[in-house]
Structures are given as C-alpha cells and as structure tokens.
Design a binder for this molecule. Structure first.
Ligand SMILES: [Zn+2]
Ligand SMILES: [Zn+2]
Length: 385
C-alpha cells in the first residue's frame, strides 16, 4: 500500500460522478449504483475493478457523512488553490503532511519521496467513450532549475546527516511514556543542506507551469484514474518522485446516458411520425445518425443502434483483445416516446385532432387495440348496472 496516497486525497466527487452541490440522497444513490456495477464479485480477478471499488467506498466514507464531507471540502479548497494558482497553499499542505505522520517502516525513505499530485480532468461523454487525448497544464512543484533538483547551491557542500537526530529523522522526548516526534531541524528527513540553493531554499523543488498529455483509452468511465508515474512532486535528497494521479470527471450529456457498455437516449415523435414512420436524427457519441423509425411504432419501443455503445469490458473468459478490454462495442438503445400534442396554444391542432378522432371512430381498424378494449369495458360496465 502506498502511504503517500493518504496525503493527497482523491477527487471524491469525480469518483462518485456527482456534482459538488449534490445532496445526500443523490450521493447515496450514486454510491449504491456504482458499488453494484463495480462489485469485485462481478469481476473476479480484475485488479482494476478491485481498486475502483476501494476508491468508491473511500469516497463515500467521506461524502456520505456530513461532518467528514465538510472537512474534505475545506481541504479540497486548500489543495485546489495549491494546484491551480500557485502561491498560497503551501503552508496548508505542509500542515496536512504533518497530520498524517509516518507510522510504518522505512520512514525516511517515504518522507523523502515526493508527494503525489492530484488533478481532476473533466471530459465530455463522447471523449470518454471513444477515447481521447488531453493536454493539461497547471502550476505545481517541479525540479528546481538552479540546482537540478538537488537543493544544493552549485559548488556547495552536499547534504549532511542531521546533527540533532543523528539522521534518524525523529527525536525522543523526556520521561517514561515519551513519544518520538519528527526532528524539527531536518523536518524528519535525516539530512540537512549546509549550502542550500538560493532559488529553492534547499528544497530542490520550485513551482512552475507543468504540462502533460493524458491519454484516455476508449471506454473510460467517470471516476476512473490515470496514473502518470513519477510525474508528481520531486523527491528530496534523492528520494523518488511522487505520481500524478488524474481522476476523470465526465460531464453529463444533454441526451445520452451511459449504463455499462450501453448508451441510452429517448426519441420524441409526433403522433403522425409514429403512425407513418419517419427518418429522424439521433445523437450518438460518433456524431449524428439518421434512424428509420418503422411505421406504427409504439411508445416505449426500444430501437437498437448496434455498435454505438461503449467498448465492452473483458469478462475474464478469454475473449479479450488488447489489454484486458473486451471485444467490440455495446449498443445504443433509443426509446421511442410518442409526444401527446399540447392543445393550449394551437387551435388548429385541436381541430385536426378532433377530425382525427372522428375518422378513427368510423374506422375501428385504425386503432384496433383501443377499439377492442373500449368495447369490452363498455360491455362490462353495462352488465354490472
Ligand atoms: Zn534549487
Ligand atoms: Zn534531524
């Protein structure tokens, strides 16, 4: 388990695919549906799914609790300032780092490792489903140019073991129940810079504009995480760099909704289009297509656009192609809804409908089901009285 993960928290809202202003019910609903979808029992031996399940639970543990959520929103604001704006958030972040002090072995190594950076990448549904490449840019700590990340002034003495803690990184207090606490002189790192670089004050890192390309594979879902190994904060005193962890946030599409490898949408038709059939435009993640609606279509009918859904996930039975992804794409399901005319604003529509009703009345074959049902019901009512 990577300890540093505890320091920089994930974007829990993006993981659950909810808005920052979402109410408790909406959050609970998103959590329930995601845990159902990403339950490890449904995807045995899939480590990616197990990790996603863990992150969903972690997000809900915080967002599902009002007090924990308020605290999280506060730290997010601090971290958000840090990642986007540059100056100002450093102090708060250092404080956080101390709150989550090291408790496991190889302490110094971990302290010297650079922290992870978190970035939330917001993309459209088509970009997520089809796969896409994104340039991202933000201000964050990177290696200092002046000292090449060493923290030592050019030509100065190399780092030395801290004399206060003897390189242990921590000091022991007085008394029987004395606790160990991080060394104040070296901040727990065990090493100090006798000749610190002027530009970075010996940290080896400086904030500057950092740019990356994030590639999303086809079928990326809201809440997915892409890890750019070693692209986080540089380590100190030769420690490894942290990672850049990008959480994908998918903006809701005005017409399309994703459910697993299927995309769903509604298609509104007029009474006459439904009766006569029509060729109508329908949005897909690949752009607009024209769909032939058959004559006599009923409200609720689902038309299937094959291969217009999201890529299928591998089901672990050996039919995958590539890196564990399933073969082919799912379908888009278009649910037909016949729109009942609104009479208020259009007198001639009302007139046309009256004439339609009269015409149907003398031609029972035009509305066979309604005719048969009405006849049966009318008959029943008269036999009761
Ligand atoms: Zn420097
Ligand atoms: Zn020390």
């Amino acid at each position: 388990m990577n300890h540093d993960r505890a320091m920089a928290t994930d974007d829990y809202y993006a993981v659950l695919g909810v808005d920052r202003r979402a109410g408790p019910d909406e959050i609970k609903k998103a959590f329930r549906s995601l845990t159902k979808q990403w339950h490890p029992d449904r995807h045995p031996d899939d480590l990616e799914v197990a990790e996603r399940y863990r992150r969903i639970n972690e997000a809900y543990n915080t967002l599902g609790d009002a007090a924990a959520r308020a605290r999280y929103d506060m730290t997010q604001r601090l971290e958000g300032i840090e990642l986007r704006r540059g100056s100002g958030g450093q102090g708060a972040r250092d404080l956080l780092g101390q709150v989550f002090g090291d408790v496991f072995g190889t302490r110094r190594e971990r302290r010297r490792r650079g922290r992870d950076l978190r970035y939330t990448l917001t993309v459209s549904l088509p970009d997520a489903v089809r796969g896409s490449s994104h340039d991202i840019e933000f201000e964050a700590p990177g290696p200092c140019d002046a000292c090449r990340g060493t923290g030592t002034r050019p030509g100065g003495q190399p780092p030395q073991t801290c004399s206060l803690c003897g390189g242990k990184g921590e000091v022991k207090g007085e008394g029987l129940l004395a606790r160990r606490s991080p060394c104040g002189r070296c901040s727990g790192l065990g090493l100090v810079q006798p000749d610190p670089c002027q530009a970075c004050r010996g940290r080896g890192t400086r904030r500057h504009l950092r740019a990356f390309v994030v590639n999303l594979p086809p079928g990326t879902e809201a809440g997915a995480e892409r890890v750019l190994t070693g692209e986080g904060e540089p380590g100190r005193f030769g420690g490894t760099a942290g990672d850049l962890r990008v959480t994908v946030n998918v903006t809701p599409h005005p017409w399309l909704r994703r459910e697993g490898d299927e995309l769903l949408c509604e298609l509104w038709l007029s009474v006459s289009e439904a009766a006569a059939g029509a060729k109508v435009p329908v949005p897909t993640v690949d752009g607009m297509v024209h769909v032939d609606v058959p004559p006599g279509v009923r409200s609720g009918t689902k038309l299937r656009l094959r291969g217009k859904g999201a890529p299928k996930r591998g089901n672990g039975r050996g039919n995958e192609r590539g890196n564990g992804r399933g073969s082919g794409r799912g379908d888009q399901l278009v649910t037909v809804v016949v729109e009942t005319p609104v009479l208020g604003g259009a007198p001639h529509v009302a007139e046309a409908l009256r004439r339609l009703e009269e015409a149907c009345a003398v031609a029972p074959g035009s509305l066979p089901r309604r005719h048969a049902q009405r006849a049966a019901f009318e008959g029943e009512r008269s036999s009761e009285s």
